[in-house]
Design a protein around this ligand. Structure first.
Ligand code: ACO
Length: 349
């Protein structure tokens, strides 16, 4: 069944029963690559510095900067929901790619802070963008959400189930933080980032590989202790910071090596590390491990704090937007988050 045939068949069932019309041109299944055609970002206007936080919770700018590298964060206003921010980031990514709504076959939103239990944030974004076909759904993998969503989109494109996919990370962690808990509330910020992936030549630019992992045995070291399905518990983010830190350093190092080995590449081939932005010390450790100079590691945690699933696409949009990441560069992304979930993606931009 065709994806871009204009006949708009029952969307949810498409993609499984036949290849798109031009799949034959690209060759057999798997002979296309998901190219990062456009990137976009959205950050709430309200900026809250460490000093401002220290007025309401027992902390200091010095403690936060020394332990995390965070200096400020953007926090959402009442109207800035996950779908609101995702829509704006997605529209920017489409504009950057020179793509219109008709090119969007699928929308995947990575979020742990959806507007509603259902429908998915992704369908709210679909409607807001004026996309009236294709399919849309959310992925919940906490801070690894964007890498999970990217891997899912890559699979749809490689199998021919979709040719244009919006992958968005959008989070309003300010709504699930306990603002009296200084061990967590200083660490997070709100925002959204998006990429538009387009099917391209199998031997050209695009996603080379993605690598996903989860280990539910560590579910309690980083979790939200409630949800809309739990009347008794609205839910706050809880974290055993040191344990998460320990897990992050070892698991991310392995995920990075795995991505390079899968492609017969070495540390020396990497042009840019675009890591999940949880903590500057973790990011520095990963950069060092790859032998990358600091200026080859995209850092936003100082200004955005940890925006969970939004942090990688926000960092990517910034470094592409200011001209640091150029076409042909090899970009390595990695993330670890609640679950535990973690993973990596290697992309030729
Ligand atoms: N201000 C001042 N003091 C504080 C603050 C604060 N905001 N928070 C904690 N402290 C105190 C603690 O109470 C403790 O005091 P004590 O020694 O008197 O008990 C002291 O500072 C040290 O606390 P630690 O927790 O040991 O500090 P640590 O150096 O481990 O840093 C941090 C904490 C920043 C959370 C770090 O462990 C970390 O970054 N962990 C990883 C986070 C991460 O990677 N998350 C993954 C993604 S998040 C997601 O998926 C949603």
């Amino acid at each position: 069944m065709l994806l871009r045939d204009g006949s708009a068949p029952s969307d949810q069932t498409r993609g499984s029963d036949a290849a798109p019309a031009d799949a034959g041109k690209a060759g057999a299944r798997g002979a296309v690559r998901a190219v990062l055609a456009g990137v976009g970002a959205y950050l709430p206007a309200r900026v809250v510095t460490n000093a401002a936080l220290a007025e309401t919770v027992d902390t200091t700018d010095a403690w936060i900067v020394e332990r995390t590298g965070i200096r400020q964060r953007h926090l959402a206003g009442p109207e800035e929901t996950a779908s609101f921010m995702a829509t704006r980031a997605a529209a920017a990514a489409l504009a950057h790619a020179g793509a219109g709504a008709a090119e969007v076959d699928a929308i995947i939103v990575a979020t742990s802070t959806p507007d509603e239990a259902f429908p998915a944030t992704a369908v709210r974004v679909q409607a807001a963008l004026g996309v009236t076909r294709g399919f849309a759904f959310d992925i919940a993998a906490a801070c690894s959400g964007f890498v999970y969503a990217l891997a899912t989109a890559d699979a749809f494109i490689r199998t021919g189930a979709a040719r244009g996919v919006l992958v968005i990370g959008s989070e309003v962690y300010s709504r699930i933080l306990n603002w009296q808990d200084r061990t967590t509330c200083v660490l997070f910020g709100d925002g959204a980032g998006a990429v538009f992936l387009r099917a391209g030549d199998a031997h050209g630019a695009g996603i080379l590989s993605t690598h996903l992992h989860a280990d539910g045995r560590h579910g309690d070291i980083l979790h939200v202790d409630g949800a809309v399905g739990r009347r008794d518990r609205p839910g706050h983010l809880m974290m055993k910071g040191q344990e998460v830190f320990r897990q992050a350093v070892t698991k991310l190092a392995a995920a990075v090596d795995e991505a390079l080995a899968a492609n017969g590449l070495t540390h020396a081939d990497v042009d840019w590390l675009v890591p999940h932005q949880a903590n500057r010390r973790i990011i520095d450790a990963m950069g060092k491990r790859l032998g990358l100079p600091a200026e080859r590691v995209v850092l936003t945690v100082d200004r955005h704090a940890n925006t969970s699933a939004a942090s990688i696409p926000l960092a990517l949009a910034e470094a592409v937007g200011d001209g640091r990441i150029k076409r042909g560069d090899l970009v390595l992304m990695e993330a670890l988050g609640g679950g535990l979930t973690w993973g990596s993606a290697l992309v030729r931009y």
